[in-house]
Every structure is written in structure tokens, then in C-alpha cells.
Design a protein. Structure first.
Length: 383
């Protein structure tokens, strides 16, 4: 009996000590880790200001490759939300939701998960750094409150290891991911690229000529385009077709000395009424899809029957409806490679991977496009 009493007394002392220690332990934990990248501030901010690229850097996906992710709410900024669900008990269910966003400065995210604690917040703080502020320092912080949850306060002893290690790993992966984005500031002051967004492209009927590798010389490129448009014109006349929009150039390779591209023209049966553009479709990102300003003319219900004149290097192509990253540009044709890379950078920061070849609709015609007044609608299809 004496031993039992001694045991109970010892147990009581341990419980009191545990209670006292729990009371004096911090009721709040704060973690901060940083990484530096040489990407433009615009690229970094846009990447953390939406949650579509969460899967590409957050360690959660490494722990459970089968975790279910669902992006909803606003396309970016305040209201953008990601919910996740995993069958693995240590992950469970949770969500991230952007609750505050200051351009090029910080993004604040409310976090809900099954770990102990409440009022959990992740912040991404962005700061120009390096020589001439060319780099960006990304600081990710994590804050959690435990209140009078004493068990939670004890759990807080391990936050630096559990959550902190994840933050370090995630920032490292984010830095690697950002390195794959073309380093073009598509929102810099004076950049004549506007209206960046996701659009729906309808199916189209095109007559296409492969121009081959042309010298990077304006006169050579212009003459090649005009010569190939003559072949397309002959093919239209032979098939009772008419142009359904401006000429477009499809880029295969823009090298240091050579430019490989296709010349294409949308066509329709002569005298036929323009078909309605295809309706917006798609799952993720559907909410921000819209028709492009070029007012693309959808193909008729049935493919055209096109007979290619003998010797003409023309091909008839019927495209499929698809989504594309889009931007409008005004300026010299020679700058279009940087514009294309800017459109691709925008797409990647917003969680869309480009595919196939980019193309531009030369809205002002061929001659004007070789002046400072050239106007283009730039498209790059996404997966």
C-alpha cells in the first residue's frame, strides 16, 4: 500500500511538473526561412500569388503523390483557394487560402490542417536583393497559436523540425521551379505587351506553307512571307475559298542567324457566313478563359475539301479547339521572340504549361509589321 501511495505521489508530481512546463511554454510559434532567386520580381510574385503551382513545389505532394488537390475561388490573389485530401493519416485534409496580397511585396495565406493549433498563417515576403536589386529574396514564414492547449504547446517544440524542414524543402523546390521560367518581366514599365490572359481558340481551317530556315534579315523574312502568301492565294482561288482572317506566323525556331516558321491563313468557303466562335470549355482555369480580341472565326461543321495546285507547297490543316495563353503586342516584328517568351513566362507562373508552337496574328498586315506600328495577337497553346 505504501508503494502504491508513493507511486501516486510521484505520478502527481510529474503531472504537476508537466502542467507547469506546459503553462510556461510559448503559446505561439514562428518560423522563417529564405531563399534567393535571379528571376524577375513579377515572375516570383505571380507564382506565389496563385495556388496552381502548389503541386510543383510544396513537399505535401512528395509525401503523398496521390493526394487530391482542388483549386477554386479567385484565379489569383485574395480568394484563391486550394483544398487537399489524403488517405495518409499524417496528412489528412486541409486548405490554403490567400487572404492578403500586396503586389511585389507579400502574399498572406490562411492554412487549415489537422495538426494542433489555430490561426495558422503562411506568408511569402518578397524583397529585391543582390547587385542592382536584380535578384529576389523569398522569405516564407509560418505562424501558429496554441492558446491554452498545453498539449499543443508541447507539439510546438517540434514545429521547427516538422514544418521548418518542409519550408526549407519547399523553398528549394520553388527556386528550382522558377529557374525554368523565361526571365522576362512581362509587366515592366514600357513593355508594349498587354491583356495577358487565357483564351479559348475555336477549330479553324488553315492553309499553311512551311517557309523553311530563312536568314534573320527583315527583307528576307518579308519576301518569304509574301511569296508563300501567293501560293496560298492560288490555292484559295483554285478551291473557291476566301480569307477568314489576317495572316499568321507559326514559329518553329528563332535562332541567332536563321528563323524557321510557317505562314498560315485561315480560310472559309467563299461567300459563307462566318461561323460562331467555339464556346469556352475546360476544367481548371475555365473561369478566366475568354475569346481572343482577334475574333477568330470558327471552322464550319465539316472539314473543307481542298485540292492543292500542282507544285504548290501548301498544306490544308484543320485545327482542334484548344486553350491558349494570349497577349497583344505593338512594335517591331524583331521583338516577337521576347514577346513569345514573356507569354510563356506568364503562363508558367499561373500554372499552365505551353505546348505545340506559338503563333502571332499579324493584324496590320505584312508591311506594317516590319515597323514600330506593327500590331499582333500572340498565342501559345497550353496543355
Amino acid at each position: 500500500m505504501t508503494r502504491l501511495i508513493e507511486f501516486l505521489i510521484a505520478l502527481g508530481i510529474v503531472a504537476v511538473l508537466a502542467l507547469v512546463v506546459g503553462v510556461v511554454l510559448p503559446d505561439h510559434r514562428h518560423i522563417s526561412e529564405s531563399v534567393e532567386t535571379n528571376r524577375k520580381m513579377t515572375i516570383v510574385y505571380d507564382t506565389v500569388n496563385n495556388l496552381r503551382r502548389f503541386k510543383d513545389w510544396n513537399p505535401l505532394v512528395l509525401r503523398d503523390p496521390k493526394v487530391q488537390l482542388n483549386v477554386s475561388g479567385a484565379s489569383e490573389g485574395v480568394g484563391a483557394r486550394l483544398d487537399y485530401a489524403s488517405t495518409q493519416g499524417q496528412i489528412g485534409k486541409g486548405s490554403w487560402e490567400i487572404v492578403e496580397s500586396i503586389p511585389n511585396e507579400k502574399v498572406v495565406i490562411k492554412v487549415e490542417d489537422e495538426r494542433r493549433g489555430h490561426d495558422k498563417t503562411v506568408q511569402f515576403l518578397l524583397e529585391p536583393t543582390g547587385k542592382n536589386n536584380r535578384n529576389v529574396k523569398i522569405t516564407q514564414t509560418y505562424d501558429v497559436d496554441y492558446g491554452w492547449d498545453l498539449i499543443g504547446r508541447y507539439a510546438g517544440l517540434y514545429v521547427s523540425r516538422h514544418v521548418g524542414d518542409d519550408i526549407k524543402l519547399g523553398l528549394g523546390r520553388m527556386s528550382t521551379m522558377l529557374a525554368g521560367v523565361p526571365n522576362f518581366d512581362y509587366r515592366a514599365e514600357g513593355v508594349p505587351l498587354v491583356d495577358l490572359k487565357l483564351v479559348e481558340l475555336p477549330a479553324e481551317d488553315l492553309l499553311v506553307v512551311n517557309a523553311g530556315n530563312i536568314d534573320r534579315n527583315n527583307d528576307a523574312i518579308k519576301q518569304s512571307i509574301k511569296n508563300n502568301l501567293e501560293w496560298i492565294k492560288r490555292t484559295m482561288e483554285a478551291n473557291n475559298l476566301e480569307a477568314a482572317g489576317p495572316v499568321r506566323i507559326i514559329t518553329t525556331d528563332f535562332g541567332a542567324e536563321k528563323y524557321a516558321f510557317d505562314v498560315a491563313l485561315p480560310v472559309r468557303r467563299k461567300g459563307s457566313a462566318p461561323a460562331a466562335a467555339a464556346p469556352a470549355e475546360g476544367e481548371e482555369g475555365k473561369e478566366e478563359a475568354a475569346k481572343g480580341p482577334a475574333a477568330l472565326v470558327a471552322a464550319d461543321g465539316e472539314p473543307l475539301t481542298v485540292k492543292i495546285p500542282e507544285g504548290a507547297p501548301v498544306e490544308y490543316v484543320r485545327t482542334q479547339p484548344r486553350r491558349a495563353a494570349f497577349g497583344s503586342y505593338t512594335g517591331y516584328m524583331a521583338e516577337l521572340d521576347a514577346v513569345r517568351n514573356s507569354v510563356r513566362a506568364w503562363a508558367l507562373t499561373h500554372g499552365y504549361e505551353v505546348t505545340d508552337r506559338p503563333f502571332e496574328i499579324w493584324k496590320g498586315g505584312v508591311d506594317k509589321s516590319f515597323t514600330a506600328e506593327g500590331t499582333y495577337d500572340v498565342y501559345w497553346a497550353i496543355k
